[in-house]
Design a protein around this ligand. Structure first.
Ligand code: DQA
Length: 149
């Protein structure tokens, strides 16, 4: 039997406020709701998911480093750090795990400073603009990527 794939889901700053935060842009779903939907999809896909949200760049870097050798892939919404964090990008490049980047909003039709992702060049792919569904699509995408690899 193939070993069960383990996927870490990371969320960056202010995503703990989903549901309250600018619902016209980010939707009314809470992060707890998104994580519950991911957990249920993980059951269907026979994989394991683990979750961390942090407002701190260093905690996200630590989580990526600690994921090395423990998980098979990472789904990350780096939130505002997408556009600024060389440290998160370097951590992803250092551990070499496959990463799928998720954004609830379509960052490319928003302010220009959101058009640049420092993470995209070290990610397998990116999903933006599909709201909470983006996380579920990312989980399906990660499992099929890992099964192909
Ligand atoms: C976001 C987009 C970022 O530009 C923003 O800073 C966020 C959320 C999204 O999910 O659409 O905090 O990553």
């Amino acid at each position: 039997m193939k070993p069960v794939k383990k996927i870490l889901v990371l969320n960056g700053p202010n995503l703990n406020l989903l549901g309250l935060r600018e619902p016209g842009i980010y939707g009314s779903e809470t992060l707890e709701g998104i994580n519950a939907a991911l957990l249920s999809l993980a059951g269907e896909l026979s994989c394991e998911v683990d979750f961390l949200q942090s407002n701190s760049e260093g905690a996200l870097v630590d989580a990526i480093q600690q994921a090395s050798g423990r998980v098979d892939g990472i789904i990350i919404n780096p939130a505002a750090y997408t556009h600024t964090s060389v440290a998160i990008r370097d951590a992803i490049a250092a551990v070499g795990l496959p990463v799928i980047e998720v954004h609830l909003s379509n960052v490319y039709k928003r302010e220009e400073f959101r058009h640049k992702s420092l993470i995209a060049p070290v990610a397998v792919g990116q999903i933006a603009g599909l709201g909470a569904d983006g996380y579920l699509l990312a989980l399906r995408g990660m499992v099929s990527y890992l099964n192909r690899a």
